[in-house]
Structure formats: C-alpha cells, structure tokens
Design a protein. Structure first.
Length: 165
C-alpha cells in the first residue's frame, strides 16, 4: 500500500515536471522568436506586379522584427512602431525594387518587388491646366511677338495616383 502511494506521487510529480518543461520551452520559443524568425515587411498599398499610370508612387508599409530597411540601397526611416512611407519615382516600363531588411541580431532578408509604369515618356499635362501668358515673348528668328503657353503648377491640377491592375 505504501509502495502504491509512492508510485502515484512519483507519477504526478513526473507529469507536473513534463508540463512545466513544455510550458518553459514554449515560453523560450515565444520570447526568442526574434532570434529564430527573419525580419518581415508588409506593404499596405502595393503588391508585387502592380501597374501604375503615373510615375510617382508612395510606398507605405510596416515591418516586424526589423532594425533597418533599405530600398534600392537607400536607407528608409522607420517610425518607433515600425511603419514607413517613401516616395518612389518609376521609370517607364518594368521597375524592380530591392528591399533589404536587417533585424537587431544582424539577420538579413531581401525582398524583390516588381512594379510596372505605363506613363508616356513625356510628362502628363492636362489641357485644362494651360493658359495664355500676359507677357509677350519675342521670337528670335522672326522678331515677332507671340504668346507662350505656361503650365499651371497648382496642386489641384495634379492627377491622382491610383494603381491600375
């Protein structure tokens, strides 16, 4: 009888030890996940393969487990919460952005983002934003007075930047 009580107590003690060990291991993995998992970036407004009508794109996103971020070698400032915003000027056609992340333990991760820009080679000028100048210009060849077109640079005349799929 005494032997039976001792074996039950040993089994309970062993069970408690196993459960405590499992809980300790899970806690160590949870706390040490930044040592195990690489840095991560999440883009809020752009995904790989997005096509745009205009060359200026505002890249917004957030990071996890990241100390520094670079886009095409240019360092980007992160907020204390890990968010960022950066203007990108696209060339006509295919554009490749190389995003390099580094965590506090020097673990690095590279992500490639491919964007396409359909804008024409010449800047977009809406016909509704041109006006005639009040000052005449003198043509160098004919010496005659002509008027020249001047583009209005008001912010209201700037087209909106919306991705086109």
């Amino acid at each position: 009888m005494k032997n039976k009580k001792k074996s039950v107590a040993q089994r309970v003690s062993l069970l408690v030890t196993v459960i405590a060990s499992i809980c300790g291991a899970v806690y160590v993995l949870y706390v040490g996940r930044s040592l195990i998992l690489p840095p991560k970036v999440i883009f809020e407004n752009i995904k790989d393969g997005t096509a745009f009508e205009y060359p200026l794109v505002i890249l917004e996103g957030s990071t996890k487990r990241t100390q520094s971020i670079q886009i095409n070698g240019y360092p980007i400032t992160l907020s204390p919460e890990g968010t960022f915003q950066h203007d990108i000027l696209l060339s006509p056609g295919n554009n490749t952005l190389i995003i390099d992340l580094q965590d506090p333990f020097s673990m690095q991760k590279r992500r490639i983002l491919r964007l396409y820009c359909r804008f024409p080679c010449q800047p977009y000028i809406s016909p509704s934003v041109t006006k005639k100048s009040d000052t005449p210009a003198i043509d160098a060849q004919t010496k005659s007075e002509d008027t020249i077109d001047i583009t209005n640079t008001d912010s209201e005349a700037t087209p909106s930047l919306t991705p086109v799929n």
